[in-house]
Design a protein around this ligand. Structure first.
Ligand code: SF4
Ligand code: SF4
Ligand code: SF4
Length: 176
């Protein structure tokens, strides 16, 4: 009797292990999944999803460690595209991760007020700011993703978000 129970328990454990291994994607499949998910993300690199950038977020989704509703810059369109790609039910962006921006924005520097400390350059994940130590800095609008990461580090509060130029805004809305 005890032997029969032990055999049954062992078989159940082995079946559970086999199922777990079958569900786990191969490294190649996981890499393709991450690539596909990353392609759907806006590449703002703002970190609002709680990950250090778009690719780490894509990796977390692929591994079942994050939901498809954590990217405010991507808005509803990105959330739905991620849901379709993962074959899960679509849902809107969770407001706990931030508000979906109504219109695309880019950073703007009040150049006369800039003291040239370079802190904004160090904060910008996409190299959209040019300037040198003790010289005024400026934003290359076409490069700026609107992540807002440069605003907090500025010691003289001379950076603000402004509506993106029309052609840039149109391109971003089309890409959402
Ligand atoms: S919130 Fe969206 S745009 Fe920002 S880093 Fe995460 S995935 Fe990228
Ligand atoms: S300039 Fe500022 S808002 Fe624009 S991408 Fe760089 S850090 Fe983000
Ligand atoms: S952080 Fe502010 S003061 Fe410093 S370089 Fe950038 S814009 Fe100028």
């Amino acid at each position: 009797m005890i032997a029969a129970v032990l055999v049954t328990a062992t078989l159940a454990a082995l079946m559970g292990l086999a199922l777990t291994l079958a569900e786990r994607p191969t490294p190649r499949r996981e890499a393709l999944l991450i690539e596909g998910l990353n392609d759907l993300l806006p590449q703002t690199q703002c970190g609002r999803c709680t990950f250090s950038g778009c690719r780490p977020y894509a990796t977390a989704i692929a591994r079942g460690e994050a939901g498809i509703d954590q990217c405010p810059p991507g808005g509803e369109r990105t959330a739905h595209a991620l849901a379709r790609f993962m074959g899960v039910a679509p849902r809107p962006v969770d407001p706990r991760f931030g508000q979906v921006p109504a219109t695309p924005a880019v950073a703007w520097i009040d150049e006369p007020a800039c003291i040239g400390c370079t802190k904004c350059i160090q904060a910008c994940p996409v190299d959209a700011i040019v300037g040198a130590s003790r010289y005024m800095h400026t934003v290359i609008a076409a490069q700026c993703t609107g992540c807002e990461l440069c605003i907090a580090p500025c010691p003289v509060d001379c950076i603000e978000m402004r509506p993106a130029p029309f052609d840039l805004a149109t391109a971003r809305i089309a890409g959402r």
